[in-house]
Design a protein around this ligand. Structure first.
Ligand SMILES: Cc1cc2nc3c(=O)[nH]c(=O)nc-3n(C[C@H](O)[C@H](O)[C@H](O)COP(=O)(O)O)c2cc1C
Length: 184
């Protein structure tokens, strides 16, 4: 049974990211995966300040909720990063979460993330796909760098208001199918 960690990075519960990651989770569960969803906005995740004690076998100097998440990340078979486009990038909470992946950037910890599957869910208001390009590239380059494997992405433009994604059944279905693929 595959363990999938869904990281919901929009502060708007019931919004477009939330609805898409729920669909993905449904798809994954339909294939027998165990899905654990975390809401970053409910957690306290501070910024990385680059002290690098995590590279010296010590735990992060920021005594916050990320400490528990390192274990969840390590134990998962796949991680889903869900974030809307905010100013051509991720939400601030998702960026803080990604920054803390510095922990995995030393040989001792790299083995905990190397080869792990990843997927992204990216809704945004604009109709122009170019708007999401910097964020798509941020994820692609970061996964490449960390030696993770991007299995798929749902990049859904034209959704501004909460729930707009419900008018786009094709995108929801894409998320469902991506969930199934992650569970395989
Ligand atoms: C602070 C902020 C910045 C945003 N920046 C962009 C942007 O640069 N481009 C865009 O197309 N939409 C932008 N949006 C719109 C959101 O991407 C859009 O409303 C999305 O559907 C929100 O997803 P959610 O419902 O999961 O929160 C922004 C919204 C907020 C609140």
């Amino acid at each position: 049974m595959k363990k999938i960690l869904v990281v919901m990075g929009s502060p708007r519960k019931g919004g477009n990211t939330d609805l898409l990651v729920r669909k993905l989770a449904e798809g994954a569960a339909s294939k027998g995966a165990q899905v654990d969803t975390i809401f970053l906005a409910d957690l306290n995740i501070r910024e990385c300040d680059g002290c690098h004690v995590c590279w010296k076998g010590k735990s992060c100097c920021k005594r916050d909720d990320m400490l528990g998440l390192y274990q969840k990340i390590s134990e998962s078979d796949a991680i889903v990063f869900g974030t809307p486009v905010y100013w051509f990038g991720p939400t601030a909470i998702m960026k803080a979460f990604i920054d803390r992946f510095v922990y995995f950037n030393c040989p001792e910890n790299r083995v905990k993330i190397k080869g792990k599957n990843a997927a992204t869910i990216i809704p945004f208001e604009d109709d122009d796909l170019d708007t999401a390009r910097p964020l798509v590239e941020l994820f692609e380059k970061s996964f490449d760098y960390l030696e993770m494997r991007l299995v798929g992405s749902v990049v859904a433009g034209g959704v501004g208001e909460k729930g707009d994604i419900l008018k786009k059944p094709d995108r929801l279905n894409e998320a469902y199918e991506l969930g199934k693929r992650l569970a395989d």
